[in-house]
Ligand binder design. Structure first.
Ligand SMILES: Nc1ncnc2c1ncn2[C@@H]1O[C@H](COP(=O)(O)OP(=O)(O)OP(=O)(O)O)[C@@H](O)[C@H]1O
Length: 314
């Protein structure tokens, strides 16, 4: 099973181009869609979830078995889709158990006994069984997101789309949520959008980095990080020195560390006194891509094949 997205574009009536010729092949397992706010992640996910139309392009879900034309055969997509939107709302007065039972009915599970089993299993899987009688309005952010996954798993979906699910969760709930996603398994496609690099590095064997509606890079974390091998340098300076360094070097990120500013620079050779070589991380790849310092030849992905980023130009 693979999801092939080819040349997908979308411009909103206000003139914002949210998707600009997006081409990606998404294999089975967890796939991270990483990008800053406004990159176009939600637009892409809503389009794949059949909730809005693209202006052009095509999307195919292969070997489901058979092939689904995602933009055209919306009912067929909905039968294999589980979706957790960014703004997942719940009825505050309804209990988790009753709501899940209701959603199961809407998904077509008409047998009461079968529904009871499915609801029970999902509540256990998402660690909500103890609070199943509690009204959803009293749920914490993390519990609500786990409930969101429970409803997305109704009907054994093959394509699961989760849009920024960890935003606003505390570290413990984030880790719990990550474990839940990992458990969903490798037999389905799980597309996860996030602006948090560690969500992707912890979970996803494949990812794409998006900005301004375009895919900047895609591949395995190792391949993306490999692009920067020997090219990341780090130094630590006082705040007063930061602007001068930014004027002289290609700074890809700065962060405060023990009261000093740690600066990561991209350069093909040693940038000068005070710099140490650094092992590149996915965060470096992310910032380098967003800053336009590494990129992908568009023609390489034009055939829709999943690109090994060893073939990426820098
Ligand atoms: N319905 C809409 N009408 C007009 N512009 C929109 C609409 N939805 C999104 N946009 C714009 O399209 C661009 C992409 O938005 P989108 O929500 O897809 O990005 P995102 O990567 O999901 O970011 P975020 O995490 O902030 O939602 C943004 O500039 C946004 O303001």
């Amino acid at each position: 099973m693979q999801l092939h997205i080819t040349g997908l574009s979308k411009t909103y009536p206000n003139g914002v181009q949210a998707l600009d010729d997006v081409t990606l092949s998404i294999p089975r397992g967890m796939f991270g869609l990483l990008g800053p706010n406004g990159a176009g992640k939600s637009t892409l996910m809503r389009t794949l979830a059949t909730l809005q139309d693209a202006d052009s392009g095509s999307v195919q879900l292969t070997d489901v078995p058979g092939t689904i034309n995602v933009l055209r055969d919306k009912d067929a997509v909905r039968r294999v889709l589980g979706y957790l939107p960014q703004d997942f709302g719940v009825y505050p007065k309804v209990s988790a158990e009753d709501m899940l039972d209701h959603l199961a009915q809407l998904k077509g599970l008409s047998s009461r006994g079968e529904r009871k089993d499915v609801v029970e299993r999902l509540l256990k899987q998402t660690n909500l069984h103890d609070v199943r009688k509690k009204a959803l309005g009293g749920f914490s952010g993390g519990m609500r997101q786990r409930f969101g996954i429970a409803q997305a798993l109704l009907g054994n979906p093959k394509l699961i789309i989760v849009d920024e699910p960890t935003a606003g969760l505390d570290p413990e709930e984030r880790s719990r949520f990550h474990n839940l996603l990992v458990e969903i398994g490798e037999e389905v496609i799980v597309l996860l959008s996030t602006h948090i690099v560690s969500d992707v590095s912890d979970l996803c064997p494949h990812l794409a980095i998006m900005n301004k509606g375009r895919v900047l890079l895609s591949g395995t974390p190792q391949a993306l990080v490999g692009l920067l091998k020997g090219r990341i340098w780090v130094t630590s300076v006082s705040r007063a020195e930061v602007d001068a360094l930014k004027a002289q070097h290609t700074v890809i990120s700065t962060r405060l560390y023990s009261g000093k500013t740690q600066i990561n620079v991209i350069a093909d050779g040693h940038p000068g006194p005070g710099f140490e070589p650094a092992e590149p991380t996915l965060e470096d790849a992310y910032f380098a891509a967003i800053g336009g310092h590494v990129g992908m030849k568009r023609s390489l992905v034009a055939d829709g094949a999943f690109v090994d980023t060893s073939s990426v130009i820098v």
